[in-house]
Ligand binder design. Structure first.
Ligand SMILES: [Zn+2]
Length: 140
C-alpha cells in the first residue's frame, strides 16, 4: 500500500518522464515511473530508433535503470502515453506485453499500476490483472 503523497509523486513523475520521450517516428510519447523499495522513483521514457528494432519502451527503461542501481522490488508503477501533441487528459495507455513480462520478474501480483491520463485522472489496476497466469522465476 502506497501513500496518497507517493501516488501523487509517482503520477507526476510519469507525466514528467513523458516529456523526455524520443519518438520521432511514431510521435507517440510514453512516460513511466516505478516506485522502488528504497522509496525512490525511477523514471523512463520510450526511446525509438531509426532501425525500429532497438526501440525500447518507457516501462523497461524505468525498470532497467532501477535494477542497474540495485533496486529489485517495487511498490507501484505509473504509465502514461499519447501522441506528442495530445491534450490532457490522455487516453489510457497500458504497458505492452513485452514490458509486462519484463516487469513480472521483479513486481508482485498485487502491485498497483496507475494508468495515468493526467494528474487527476487515472485508472488503478493490479499488476496481476495485466498479466494473468504469468510465467515467472518460480516456474523454473
Ligand atoms: Zn512496452
Amino acid at each position: 500500500m502506497i501513500s496518497s503523497s507517493e501516488k501523487e509523486k509517482l503520477i507526476a513523475a510519469c507525466l514528467k518522464a513523458r516529456e523526455a520521450s524520443y519518438s520521432p517516428y511514431s510521435d507517440f510519447c510514453v512516460g513511466a515511473a516505478l516506485l522502488g523499495e528504497d522509496g525512490r522513483i525511477y523514471k523512463g521514457c520510450n526511446i525509438e530508433n531509426a532501425a525500429f528494432t532497438p526501440t525500447v519502451c518507457a516501462e523497461r527503461v524505468a525498470l532497467f535503470v532501477a535494477v542497474s542501481e540495485g533496486v529489485r522490488q517495487f511498490s507501484a508503477l505509473a504509465v502514461c502515453g499519447g501522441k506528442k501533441d495530445a491534450a490532457l487528459p490522455l487516453a489510457i495507455c497500458a504497458p505492452c506485453g513485452v514490458c509486462r513480462q519484463a516487469l513480472r520478474e521483479f513486481c508482485g501480483d498485487e502491485m498497483p499500476v496507475f494508468l495515468v491520463q493526467d494528474a487527476e485522472h487515472f485508472e488503478e489496476v493490479t499488476f496481476a490483472s495485466l498479466l494473468p497466469k504469468s510465467f515467472g522465476p518460480e516456474n523454473l
